[in-house]
Design a protein around this ligand. Structure first.
Ligand SMILES: [Ca+2]
Ligand SMILES: [Ca+2]
Ligand SMILES: [Ca+2]
Length: 321
């Protein structure tokens, strides 16, 4: 019955799109409306910060350019990027005439390396970023790749399996099945997911996000030993560190109902999380490790298990696509 309902839902969504397919150009102004804020670009000229202009960004990452050529002289350029308006904002890459900076916020550390390549390895803008460039060409075209989220963001997590759209744990309907002892092993739930190296994931599913976070695969590994069930999550769609806002959840169907186990930065009763690089993607992102005592699960040979992740990366509005 549910499948029939979903089929009808999909039909309802497709038909209006086709009916209005020939008026697509009118969609264009809408894009401008999706601007959530601006990055203000300033340059230090004769020991004074001069505002050169601003670039508007929405929640989806894009690259915009600003011509600073009239202001920059000589080989050194000090550029400051600050945010005005919107919610959380991130920069992926900034180039001056195609050349990366030599220092970011006065050093050659992580912020500089993140901004030196367009690769979804992003850094939050927060109180602003100052970049030092050494360029010999004098075109002065600054290209900025980033995004600015709206102030109010969705609270809807990504669900696994896909068809779960619960408001609370008792609404979970779809599960994967894990056979106890089918993947025997022990995990130290410290946020370092080295234990799953070279192991096939239990679940690997592609997800599109609705928040401007990357589209990509989310991986889950399930293991157990005599004492615990272990779940490891590699959440490549969450390339932002958001402290207590990001979370992972494991749902297990037991004779006492559906049990929920949540891990976030402050919630470590059932495991740990970190923001790190893995072999799955070239950018830093969230991973989770859960350790759940088997005594919690009842005496089951097979368990029904489901997952949810929130990254401020969220499910798109139309989850069926
Ligand atoms: Ca980058
Ligand atoms: Ca570990
Ligand atoms: Ca996040």
């Amino acid at each position: 019955m549910k499948r029939v309902f979903i089929f009808v839902l999909i039909l309802m969504m497709i038909i209006p799109v086709q009916a209005f397919g020939d008026v697509l150009p009118q969609e264009l102004p809408k894009k401008e409306k999706s601007i959530n804020g601006v990055f203000e670009i300033a340059a230090e000229i004769d020991n004074q910060w001069i505002k050169l202009g601003e670039l508007g960004f929405g929640k989806f990452q894009e690259t915009k350019e600003i011509d600073c050529g009239d202001y920059l002289k000589g080989e050194d350029a000090l550029i400051r990027i600050t945010q005005n308006g919107g919610g959380a904002s991130y920069l992926d890459a900034v180039f001056l005439d195609g050349v990366q900076a030599v220092k970011a916020n006065g050093s050659e550390g992580k912020v500089l390396s993140k901004l030196s390549k367009e690769d979804l390895d992003v850094t939050p803008v927060e109180d602003g970023i100052t970049l030092e460039f050494k360029v010999s060409g004098n075109n002065g075209i600054l290209s900025v790749t980033g995004r600015i989220e709206p102030v109010d963001i969705s609270k809807e997590p990504l669900q696994f399996p896909l068809l779960n759209t619960p408001k609370n744990k008792d609404d979970i309907k779809e599960f994967y099945t894990y056979e106890i002892n089918s993947n025997f092993g022990t995990v130290i739930a410290d946020g370092n997911i080295e234990e799953i190296k070279n192991k096939e994931p239990f679940v690997k599913e592609f997800r599109k996000t609705g928040s401007g976070h990357p589209f990509g695969y989310v991986y889950f590994w399930v293991m157990n030993d005599e004492e615990n069930l272990y779940v490891t999550m590699d959440v490549t769609v969450d390339n932002t560190y958001d402290g207590d806002k990001d979370y992972g959840k494991v749902y297990i169907n037991t004779s006492e109902g559906i049990k929920e186990y949540k891990v976030s930065v402050p919630e470590t009763k059932w495991g740990n999380t970190s923001f790190t690089y893995t072999d799955k993607v070239p950018y830093e992102h969230k991973v989770y490790e859960f350790k759940i005592p088997v005594i919690e699960l009842g005496n089951q040979d097979e368990i029904e298990i489901a997952f949810a992740v929130y990254g401020t990366a969220v499910a798109p509005d139309h989850v069926y696509f």
